[in-house]
Design a protein around this ligand. Structure first.
Ligand SMILES: [Zn+2]
Length: 269
């Protein structure tokens, strides 16, 4: 995997016979109380010094990823559009910068159905963002959650569900990763012997959670399950040497994981 182009809102990589692009939708600032120790405890005066803060808050990058096989493009997650805060919603700009025409996006797959991952299906002016999209893939366990999102009503009927272990195309397989949300999924993307694990929300705060994978997130549906999953997936990535791509790793959010004693480290690419 090597960088072939980049700009303010994207980085494109040559990936096997394909192009893999990280698209920066923006960022969201969160209070440090979102971080949770075991038993749902917050940090008080014991906040680990390696945590990066911006004006006293945790700044989470919000990223989506595109896989281009030359014929069409598969998009994994879509950013927040105008459904949350104005610091997000740059996906259309990122696509334009990466020279990916929205009409070329035929498949969209969600790691899970939280608002910063699904709302990019609709532009702020109400138009459909990807007019030629023919497959919208939603984790089966979250189809109900997806259909609860009124802003996306026009997609409720056409969404197609998938389950862990299912192949979603020639280059993509869904891996079970429930914890952060009930249907949270990682996508193993392969081409010509290269692999990148598009891991969604396995990590929210990269300055802490590689060193302390035991630290969970207030918004995890099941904090203990999310902890166990993070350990397992990080171990998998470190032992295989595969690349990872994270929705909330600092943009572009692509790199490799390695073991460091009982914890992990991340080396961005
Ligand atoms: Zn998220």
């Amino acid at each position: 995997m090597e960088r072939i182009a980049f700009g303010d809102h994207h980085v494109s990589y040559r990936f096997g016979g394909l192009t893999f692009t990280s698209l920066r939708d923006g960022y969201v600032d969160m209070p440090v109380t979102r971080l949770r120790k075991p038993q749902n405890a917050t940090f008080e005066t014991d906040l680990p010094p390696q945590i990066k803060l911006v004006d006293g808050k945790l700044r989470l990058s919000v990223n989506a990823f595109a896989l281009d096989d030359g014929e069409s493009v598969t998009l994994i997650d879509t950013g927040a559009s105008n459904a949350w805060l104005p610091s997000m919603g740059a996906l259309p700009q990122a696509l334009s910068e990466a020279k990916i025409a929205p009409e070329r996006i035929r498949t969209v797959a969600f790691t899970h159905t939280h608002i910063d991952h699904i709302n990019g299906l609709i532009l702020p002016d109400g138009r459909v963002a990807f007019p030629e999209m023919s497959r919208l893939l939603v984790p089966k366990a979250e189809l109900g959650l997806f259909r609860g999102e009124a802003r996306l009503e026009r997609f409720h009927g056409s969404a197609e569900s998938f389950e862990p272990g299912q192949r979603l195309g020639a280059n993509i397989e869904a891996l079970a990763a429930a914890g952060h949300e009930i249907g949270h999924t990682c996508f193993r993307v392969t081409s010509e012997g290269e692999t990148v694990l598009v891991w969604g929300d396995i990590v929210h705060v990269p300055s802490l959670q590689f060193a302390r994978p035991d630290i969970a997130w207030e918004l995890d549906a099941d904090q203990d399950q999310a902890r166990a999953r993070r350990l397992r997936i990080m171990g998998l990535a470190a032992d295989s040497g595969d690349y990872v791509a994270g929705a909330h790793l600092d943009s572009p959010g692509v790199g490799r994981v390695s073991r460091l004693g009982n914890s992990f480290r991340f080396d961005p690419l």
